[in-house]
Write a protein that binds this ligand. Structure first.
Ligand SMILES: Nc1ncnc2c1ncn2[C@@H]1O[C@H](COP(=O)(O)OP(=O)(O)OP(=O)(O)O)[C@@H](O)[C@H]1O
Length: 304
């Protein structure tokens, strides 16, 4: 049997005529962090729900810690940490009561007081869940996901709505988890979050896998650097060796296999056009550049 934390093979999720997840396969090896990226409605949460055992797949196979997330639900749940996109947890109980209750479900919990302090919840310990702000509810949801010392954590947009400090604490906590061998499958819209935390990235687009690899592989596979050139507006640089786009008036982004000859050719184009170049900057492509290029022209779900 495979020792992977999560194995998803050709999973399909349909809602009526909408195919939200369309034959997606991915693997989360033990002790690694996989980040699922994609635009709103790309199918990330639906796929996560299959892995969490909250909905069956319409086709395909999913194994979590070697088990079936639905048939083996009771055996699996104590080994998982699940952070849902919206809390909805006991609105009348206080933050402290809720976390201590979840800790009591576990045979070997983390110290809830440590999590309350680490996640800046001490001030809100006696505040009822429904009175917490969105970011505070999010921090409590994360604490609940972690308090049972899970082997595998599912985090659906873990830092959405958090302030910068809470976001950094969350990243630190996730890094500490993985140092302890915990596996993580998370969704995020934050490319810097994926770049910082993820060993592997899967980019989804309209229910399908558009790209997969480590952040370094994805940016290197593009094999491209960017050249940013500032000159007068309205030019149309062209060549067989590079592409150019005027991002904002007078700000051109040149992409392609930019070796020395292509760079020289790009700059020569501006000189030949008689354009006055006022700034030139080159940089590596980021995960965000790759993500935007892959998801640019398709925001809708796939209907059949
Ligand atoms: N219960 C449902 N009934 C009908 N359609 C649904 C249901 N849940 C999700 N969908 C549709 O399935 C598609 C995928 O939704 P999903 O929530 O999985 O996307 P997502 O990538 O998690 O989006 P987001 O980033 O906005 O959270 C969307 O088109 C959504 O409208």
């Amino acid at each position: 049997m495979s020792d992977d934390a999560v194995q998803v093979r050709d999973v399909v999720v349909r809602y009526g005529a909408t195919t939200a997840v369309d034959e997606v396969s991915l693997t989360v090896p033990r002790g690694r962090v996989l980040a699922l990226l994609g635009h709103n409605g790309a199918g990330k949460t639906s796929l996560l729900q299959v892995c969490e055992g909250f909905r069956p797949a319409d086709a395909g196979e999913c194994r979590v810690l070697g088990l079936d997330p639905i048939e083996d639900h009771d055996e699996l749940m104590p080994r998982l940490g699940i952070m849902l996109q919206s809390g909805g947890i006991y609105p009348w109980a206080t933050a402290g009561e809720i976390l201590r209750l979840f800790a009591s479900f576990s045979a070997n919990p983390l110290d809830p007081e440590m999590l309350i302090d680490r996640l800046g919840l001490r001030k809100f310990e006696r505040t009822r869940f429904r009175r917490l702000s969105g970011g505070e509810q999010q921090r409590l949801s994360l604490a609940i996901a972690l308090v049972g010392r899970p082997e595998l954590v599912f985090l659906d947009e873990p830092t959405a709505g958090m302030d910068t400090e809470a976001r950094h604490t969350t990243w630190q906590l996730i890094e500490e988890l993985t140092d302890d061998g915990v596996s993580v499958l998370l969704t995020t819209h934050l490319l810097d979050e994926a770049e910082k935390l993820a060993d592997d990235v899967v980019i989804m687009r309209a229910g399908r896998v558009a790209a997969t690899g480590t952040p370094a592989e994805l940016t290197a596979a593009a094999g491209i650097d960017l050249l940013e050139v500032r000159a007068e507006a309205g030019l149309q640089p062209r060549s067989a060796h590079f592409s150019a786009e005027e991002k904002t008036p007078g700000e051109y982004v040149i992409t392609g296999r930019l070796d020395a000859a292509a760079l020289a050719e790009a700059l020569a184009w501006f000189a030949t056009a008689g354009a006055q170049v006022t700034a030139v900057n080159s940089r590596r492509r980021t995960l965000e550049d790759v993500y935007l290029a892959l998801t640019a022209d398709n925001k809708a779900g796939v209907s059949r």
